[in-house]
Each structure stands twice: as structure tokens, then as C-alpha cells.
Design a protein around this ligand. Structure first.
Ligand code: FES
Length: 127
């Protein structure tokens, strides 16, 4: 899926939040755009490593959770969809159990710039 073609998709270099806003081992839900359809993503942190995914379950294409407080995850290990409980790998977004086995979430490239978490270059994107 070409996430950059979705409504409200952030441009390369768009900063989302500060690194300090995400604790080590936390998974943060972010929504971009003020009107539907919004662009929803997940940002996961393991130390200095960040993992970004489109918040869209590969089973039914819905957000894994509708509110931050409902997002289920085991820090640094996996996170889960609230609908049918598909489980995804923390570090690559691959579905490891449930209705989407063999599939995975769409990765969103992230970089840290001056303490801010920003959108990195997409695969194949030139400078
Ligand atoms: S919609 Fe996520 S597991 Fe079914």
C-alpha cells in the first residue's frame, strides 16, 4: 500500500512529536488531519529505536484501537488489534497470530531530528 497517497499523509520531514513524549517501551497512537479520513499511525519506541506503522489492521483495515487507553501491547514485544486480537511484532509489524497471519502493518519511516520524531524518506524516495 502506498501510504503517501492516503488523505492527510504527512510529507517527508514532518515532525510528529518529541522523543521525550514517548517513554521507552511505549506505543503511541497519533492522528493527523482535522477531518475524516484522518491519517492514523502508531509510533513505538525501544530505547533509541523507533518503529512507525499505519494504524490499520491488515485484517479488516480498521484502527487497532480507537483510543490510546485501549491500545494493548507488550513493550518491545508485540501489540494487538482490539477487534479480533491479531498480534503484531513490535519491530517489523508482521502479523504473528490471528486473522492476518502472514501479513503485516504498513511501515512508516521515522527519523529523529533534534529530539523530534519526524517522517523519514519512504523506500525508493530520492533526496
Ligand atoms: S480487524 Fe484487526 S484482527 Fe480483525
Amino acid at each position: 500500500m502506498d501510504w503517501q497517497a492516503l488523505p492527510n499523509a504527512p510529507e517527508t520531514g514532518t515532525c510528529l512529536c518529541t522523543l521525550a513524549e514517548i517513554d521507552d517501551g511505549a506505543a503511541l497512537m497519533l492522528t493527523l488531519g482535522s477531518a475524516a479520513p484522518t491519517f492514523d499511525l502508531l509510533v513505538l519506541r525501544s530505547g533509541s529505536s523507533l518503529f512507525g506503522y499505519l494504524n490499520r489492521c491488515s485484517h479488516f483495515g480498521v484502527p487497532l484501537a480507537n483510543q490510546q487507553k485501549h491500545l494493548r501491547y507488550q513493550p518491545h514485544e508485540h501489540f494487538q488489534c482490539n477487534i479480533h486480537y491479531a498480534r503484531y511484532n513490535w519491530t517489523d509489524g508482521r502479523c504473528v497470530s490471528g486473522e492476518c497471519a502472514g501479513e503485516g502493518l504498513v511501515p512508516i519511516p521515522l527519523v529523529v531530528v533534534d529530539g523530534h520524531i519526524c517522517i523519514g524518506k519512504a523506500e525508493g524516495e530520492s533526496s
